[in-house]
Design a protein around this ligand. Structure first.
Ligand code: NAD
Ligand code: TYD
Length: 373
């Protein structure tokens, strides 16, 4: 079949990537979707069981640092668009092992850029109709002050905010963790390929995602699983750090819109104006799990265990996504209350998915993490 577009999605077996692959495979049957993933501890083909037999879907196990392999794939499938999500993504792991983050996030992104440059420049039409879309994080902007520790309603958002400042597309990069430093570096390389070679690039910086298929080392799935098994919930520091949460399907919808309608060389911030203090979101998760498991609501609050804070723990993230709303008309489709209900239900109903991940190596890693705190 002659496909209308041939898209390479990297990191498609991970959390956000699997939602993006699913959306593109089902919404665009006339696109060929090539999912390239190394299947690290975070990659899981079970995340894509429902679409793996689709005729327009193809999985390739490969490392984004493998220059020859990437070059071969781009030419073999005449790739005209790249949506790049593959990365090492967990801050705690980056604190223990920063080299892996520099390798995958910086060198891997540069490898993809250079391979795409050579392939696209070799074609008669060059960069016309091509697109390199890099998925990044709001953590590159650093941390915001917590000037309103008790939260207030703000003009910019109908929701509670915890400070006067927001991350905007114009905010200066100021990353603090090895993870955010590696993502910042990769963002700079992507923009440099536009400015130097004219590659049609786009970068988006999104806030914390939550939803189905997230690896249970991140706050929400880790805590849902621990509550279910009545294990301690390790809250870093005082639990007062603020994160801005977005339902993963809304991130995937934004990626679809920006890939098709976003302006070349632009940056868009993606977020749902949904700030929460960790301790507050943890209490919502506990109450929701208790209710859905038929336990007395709140009976597991005593699992909360304050532990040594994360090194360099960023205090507050808050995204201003006004540009995306005004220029492209994107808005989150779900209220947080609906999103968290759907998420908790999904994890409770998909215990086999969770058990599969949390057997073996996972236990050892967590025992060690917890012992070191
Ligand atoms: P994830 O850790 O769940 O998935 C990452 C995927 O990349 C995995 O499938 C893994 O196997 C693959 N991968 C890792 N190294 C690779 C390599 N060298 N070659 C090929 N594949 C490799 O991550 P996620 O949470 O889905 O994040 C996806 C992207 O979105 C990342 O770039 C991340 O920085 C960004 N992001 C994440 C969030 C969030 O809240 N999770 C928010 C904003 C931006
Ligand atoms: P996380 O899900 O790791 O995302 P990120 O570090 O990218 O924001 O953590 C979200 C917040 O929850 C962050 O402030 C750290 C905190 N946290 C805990 O308090 N305990 C935990 O066990 C984890 C994993 C995170």
């Amino acid at each position: 079949m002659n496909y209308k577009r041939n898209l390479l999605i990297t990191g498609g077996a991970g959390f956000i990537g699997s939602h993006v692959v699913r959306l593109f495979v089902t919404k665009y049957p006339d696109y060929r979707i090539i999912n390239l993933d190394k299947l690290t501890y975070a990659g899981n083909l079970a995340n894509l069981k429902d679409i793996e037999a689709s005729p327009n879907y193809l999985f390739v196990k490969a490392d984004i640092c493998d220059f020859e392999k990437i070059q071969e794939l781009l030419a073999q499938y005449r790739v005209d668009g790249i949506i790049h999500l593959a990365a090492e993504s967990h801050v705690d792991r980056s604190i223990k092992d920063p080299f892996t983050f520099a390798r995958t996030n910086v060198m891997g992104t540069l490898t993809l850029l250079q391979a795409a440059k050579l392939y696209w420049e070799s074609l008669p039409e060059g960069y016309e109709g091509k697109r390199f879309y890099h998925i990044s994080t709001d953590e590159v902007y650093g941390a915001l002050e917590l000037t309103k520790p008790n939260g207030i309603k703000s003009d910019i958002s109908a929701h509670e905010v915890y400070g006067d400042e927001f991350f905007r597309e114009t905010t200066k990069y100021n990353p603090h963790s090895p993870y955010s430093a590696s993502k910042a570096s990769s963002d700079h390389f992507v923009r440099a390929f536009h400015d130097t070679y004219g590659m049609p690039t786009i970068v988006t910086n999104c806030s914390n995602n939550y939803g189905p298929y997230q690896f249970p080392e991140k706050l929400i799935p880790l805590f849902i699983n621990n509550i279910r098994h009545r294990k301690p919930l390790p809250v870093y520091g005082k639990g007062e750090n603020v994160r801005d949460w977005l339902y993963v399907v809304d991130h995937a919808r934004a990626i679809d819109l920006i890939f098709h309608k976003g302006k070349i060389a632009e940056t868009y911030n993606i977020g749902g104006f949904n700030e929460w203090k960790n301790i507050d979101i943890i209490k919502v998760v506990i109450r929701t799990v208790d209710r859905l498991l038929g336990r007395k609501e709140g009976e597991d609050l005593d699992l909360i265990t304050y532990v040594t804070d994360r090194k360099g723990h960023d205090l507050r993230y808050a995204i201003d996504s006004t540009k995306l709303k005004t220029e492209l008309g994107w808005e989150p489709s779900l209220q947080f209350e609906e999103g968290i209900e759907l998420t908790v239900k999904w994890y409770l109903e998909n215990q086999a998915w969770m058990d599969n991940i949390t057997s073996g190596e996972y236990e050892k890693y967590y025992e060690e993490m917890y012992r070191n705190r």
